[in-house]
Design a protein around this ligand. Structure first.
Ligand code: GTP
Ligand code: MG
Length: 219
């Protein structure tokens, strides 16, 4: 997807502030500091539209970014950050939960995991929760540039196994620093945002193949 326009829309603190134009929404979830804001900037090739920070836990609202007037990225507060007070954490949790369970425009959750480490308990809990509620997930492993090329496959395998990734879910390894995985991630996002049935294409392909086989047999 060629990004020609990207705008920050709102830091929403309550559902009444969510946009009303019914565009598809792609949520970004992951631990603080995993690289969510950096990923948004890389996807839209802007240096600093989504604010990145060396202070973890800074993003405390749902930050909406509109891309090409076609879809939204919704940047979530990072989970697993100890310095946020318990009350605050419960509050973010509730808002996120409500969003994830009730937001009709939500098409895909990109759950981001630091590729340098095995998934944490929080990562596994989050993924299990998303799957329990039947939400489509793309696992995005971040900071791939920090891992030597020869070890990337191994790291990806460890993460997939620890999460017991569902066969329908996509998996993309990414580096905001170097732009690795950007095209692949855009194609996953487009599939979920714009096709009525993200798995439909594959089903159709199967049918065509079967049809071709039959006609070969008959010939
Ligand atoms: N080398 C490398 N560093 C990265 C990458 N992505 C993010 N970082 C760095 O990791 C730090 C955190 O990145 P952010 O994008 O702010 O992380 P975040 O998930 O938005 O953090 P919160 O908003 O606090 O939840 C920054 O110092 C980034 O420069 C990457 O792909 N490669
Ligand atoms: Mg952020």
């Amino acid at each position: 997807m060629k990004v020609t326009k990207s705008e920050f829309i709102i830091s929403a603190v309550s559902p009444s502030q969510y946009p009303e134009d019914a565009l598809p929404e792609i949520a970004l979830a992951g631990r603080s500091n995993v690289g969510k804001s950096s990923l948004i900037n890389r996807m839209i090739n802007r240096k600093n539209l989504a604010r990145t920070s060396s202070t973890p836990g800074k993003t405390q609202q749902l930050n909406y970014y509109r891309i090409n007037d076609q879809l939204y990225f919704v940047d979530f507060p990072g989970y697993g950050y100890a310095k946020v007070s318990k009350t605050q954490r419960a509050l973010f949790g509730k808002m996120m939960e409500q969003y994830l369970l009730e937001r009709k425009e939500l098409k895909l959750v990109m759950q981001m995991i630091d590729m340098r480490h095995a998934p944490t308990k929080d990562d596994i809990m989050m993924y299990d929760w998303l799957k329990h509620h039947g939400l489509p997930v793309c696992i995005v492993t971040t900071k791939m540039d920090k891992i030597p090329k020869t070890k990337r496959v191994k790291h990806a395998k460890i993460i997939k196994e620890a999460l017991q990734i569902h066969p329908d879910d996509s998996f993309v390894s990414f580096s905001s620093e170097e732009g690795l995985g950007r095209d692949e991630l855009w194609s996953v996002i487009s599939r979920y945002a714009f096709s009525k049935d993200p798995f439909g294409e594959e089903e159709e392909l199967d049918e065509v193949e079967e049809g071709q086989e039959t006609s070969t047999h008959e010939a």
